[in-house]
Design a protein around this ligand. Sequence first.
Ligand code: ADP
Ligand code: MG
Length: 318
Amino acid sequence: MNEFDLINHIKKKYSLGRIGDDCAVLPMNDTTDRLITADMLVENVDFRLDWTRTAFIGHKALAVSLSDIAAMGGVPKYALLSLAIPEKLWNEEFLEEFYEGWHHLARELNVELVGGDISRTPSRFVVDSTVVGEVPKGKAALRSGARPGDSIYVTAPLGAAAAGLAILKSGRRPDVANQEDVNELILAQLRPDPRTITGIQIRSNLEPSAMVDISDGLSSDLHHICEASGVGAMIYADAVPIHPAIDRTLYSSNSKLELALHGGEDLELLFTVDENKFSGGRFDRFHRIGEITANVGIVELIADGKGRELTPKGYLHF
Ligand code: ADP
Ligand code: MG
């Protein structure tokens, strides 16, 4: 049983219909729905103190939740932040720096910290982030609206965060002259930025039939849309955009594509849309990677004129 099996089991057993999208969508008033999302970062699972900076942990804790609000096309408003702090980190410098990283991003997007909790932990630092947002009533971009024939888009080239993680894991820098590229990839892993404004624009201007953030990896997150919508998908290997900093480093073309297909944590957005509703030009800033099919639950990858099934290989904790 993996984490998705557990969530599905709980959902079924207790008939919990609202679980399963990037955020829960709750009625707020006649014009607005409320969005709410929770994310947990655990030391040595989701980050390592010796690979990152304290301020980046604060930034990322907020960014992953903002990314879920963005995936619904929502406007973030309020946040709760709970910390379990080990003795070794209970000092002013660490905590100041953590909150500074958190607040720097929060100020940018007008998010107000309204509460949280603090406890101790015997060894590892744990951060639990909750963000509340708003979206016009009935307009949240769900995972469940994709229909056969819809186009599939991603907001930007992919794979940078996973490439950054691979660099950090290897303990070495790829053998390239351009250190800037390496830094860019590492920062994409350690200090990712949510697509808040882009998410709001897509929701309000493009009427997406489904949207999700790419947190587990394109292959996994596209499966999430397919499962929720009861559809399949076909994507073209040539059309999957690979982050340019990856392209300039020494990865083989095969592993570059693997990073873009399966690498998690980019915090870009993946959306589907019935393009027939629009005249040309509107989608030029995004990357069309394929289309939704009636082949329920199956994502097909077309490469060199041949199709093969693309199984989800994104990040699973268990
Ligand atoms: P995301 O990566 O978008 O944050 P997850 O993959 O973590 O989403 O979770 C998928 C869905 O399951 C979400 O709707 C989330 O709120 C829900 N979920 C995750 N963990 C739990 C849990 N322990 N209990 C109930 N629902 C959960
Ligand atoms: Mg998400």
